[in-house]
Design a protein around this ligand. Structure first.
Ligand code: ADP
Length: 476
């Protein structure tokens, strides 16, 4: 077995395994991953529970050393890890290497944060009493991660968990065991006490509910689909557990008449189609005002059809395959739905390449309205639609008319409209003349409405989730 589970500091086999298939070439099996059962999961939670007390007592220097070691090694091996990522998930090699580097930077950031943990000391309102406000670790945290950022998302959950003194059980997505395994293998050599980081691969529908129900798990951080997230929130509510959810998006990119056309087309091409559109921050609704509409659509369609789609590991490829057969079917069926609803579709057909993989051409659907299913439901593929609007006010209304609220963008040269949009876009992240996707690692990430729940991930704001606040009173 190539990827074993990691429980209490030991690598553990399972009788059942899951093949790790390269979406660019399904004859290429990267390896076989453990398929853990409930007994293994309980063992991992017990190991984390025992280690949590030990790690909670660690010094900032110990935490810094572990996080810095991991960050340094990931950065040194970013090409190799990026290649593994591209081979198992299908994003292009530059995207894979970029994501691996991002994971390394996240560990470096939280290494620094480990040294910067502060509290408040106040005078009491009563005479002679001191008040201290400090942050304590939460304890055992369950981390459930998706396939689309196979190393960065585990990194941005594990690094703050360790930084603030918690122990974790990671349940990665079934499609991307290689990156999770590689990351945990580095962590296993980082000087962490046994049991602080545990990896249990297996079926999400089987392991997920148990991870949430187990009383020893005090908090759950989840990134994935809306239906799964809703179920997790309900179960965490019943168990009175802390929960943090990052889910879908139907992110709008508004393009106004006064936009710089080249900047707008670049931002939309990147936002809609890079990483094969498999980003929760992808620009899937392009809301375009009348006077620029036709020029914008013509320029974007030309750039889109020139994108080189193919094997993620080949040099010069700009868009890799879809992650698996199920997601490809979903994307193609949304293209059909959009044309059935009256949209005009360019691209969006299945493609054949030298190797058998899950290839499709990027799709642009024009002449759509915001009421159509293609503009209400998340596709999670390289499919973007264009909604024609009269002016800025209508654009803002349509941008906000969605159950989601992750990222919202505008392309304009008007300071007035940019400022108004930043203040009034109903989203956790707002982009001006930039793609809706592509964020920094040292500032908060997250959304509003149906996209997110709980406190923010990343940057200093991650402390909110991974700690609990303690107020102590002393009469010296
Ligand atoms: P996606 O469509 O991106 O696969 P999912 O929400 O199905 O989104 O999966 C995201 C993560 O949630 C994966 O690690 C998956 O195994 C896990 N998961 C799936 N079903 C459940 C569940 N019922 N409870 C908890 N986690 C689950």
């Amino acid at each position: 077995m190539d990827y074993k589970n990691f429980i209490g500091g030991a690598w553990v086999e399972t009788s059942a395994t899951t093949p790790n298939v390269n979406p660019s070439d399904i004859s290429d099996i990267l390896g076989h991953a453990a398929r853990g059962d409930l007994t293994q999961l309980d063992q991992a939670i017990d190991a984390a529970d025992q280690a949590a007390a030990i790690w909670a007592a660690s010094t900032p220097q110990q935490r810094f050393d572990v996080l810095d070691f991991v960050g340094t090694e990931i950065l040194a091996r970013k090409e190799e890890l990026g290649r593994l990522l591209s081979r198992e998930e299908g994003k292009t090699l530059p995207e894979g290497i970029g994501e691996a580097a991002r994971a390394g930077q996240i560990f470096k950031f939280f290494a620094g944060e480990a040294l910067r943990q502060t509290g408040d000391k106040l005078a009491s309102v009563r005479p002679g009493i001191e008040v201290d406000v400090t942050r304590s670790p939460v304890g055992v945290v369950g981390l459930i991660t998706p396939w689309n950022f196979p190393i960065a998302i585990p990194a941005w959950k594990i690094a703050p968990a360790i930084c603030y003194g918690n122990a974790v059980v990671l349940k990665p997505a079934e499609l991307v065991p290689g990156c999770a395994h590689a990351l945990v293998e580095i962590l296993s050599r980082s000087g962490l006490p046994e049991g602080v980081v545990n990896l249990v691969m297996g079926r999400g529908s089987e392991l997920g509910p148990r991870l949430i129900e187990n009383d020893k798990v005090r908090a759950i951080s989840f990134t994935g689909s809306v239906p799964t997230g809703r179920g997790i929130a309900a179960a965490c509510g019943a168990g009175l557990k802390k929960v943090q959810l990052e889910m879908g998006g139907k992110n709008p990119m508004v393009v106004l008449d006064d936009a710089d056309l080249d900047i707008a087309v670049d931002a939309c091409l990147n936002g809609a189609f890079f990483s094969t559109g498999q980003r929760c921050t992808a620009s899937s609704r392009l809301v375009v005002t009348e006077a620029i509409h036709d020029r914008f659509v013509a320029a974007l369609a030309e750039r889109m059809s020139a994108l080189k789609v193919g094997n993620a590991l080949e040099a010069g490829i700009q868009m890799g395959p879809v992650v698996d057969a199920r997601q490809l079917e979903q994307n193609l069926s949304y293209v059909d739905i959009a044309s059935g609803e009256g949209g005009r579709v360019q691209g969006g057909e299945r493609l054949n390449r030298e190797t058998e993989g899950f290839y499709m051409a990027p799709a642009l659907v024009t002449e759509t309205s915001n009421a159509m299913r293609i503009n209400r439901e998340e596709v999670f593929g390289p499919v973007a639609s264009v909604i024609r609007v009269k002016d800025y006010d209508e654009a803002l209304n349509i941008a906000n008319d969605t159950e989601f609220g992750l990222s919202s963008g505008i392309c304009t040269t008007s300071l007035k409209h940019a400022s108004h949009f930043k203040a009034n876009a109903q989203a956790g992240m707002v982009m001006v003349n930039l793609p809706t996707a592509g964020v920094d690692y040292h500032v908060p990430f997250g959304g509003t409405k149906g996209s997110s729940f709980g406190s923010r991930e990343q940057g200093r704001y991650a402390a909110e989730f991974y700690t609990s606040v303690k107020t102590a009173y002393t009469l010296p």
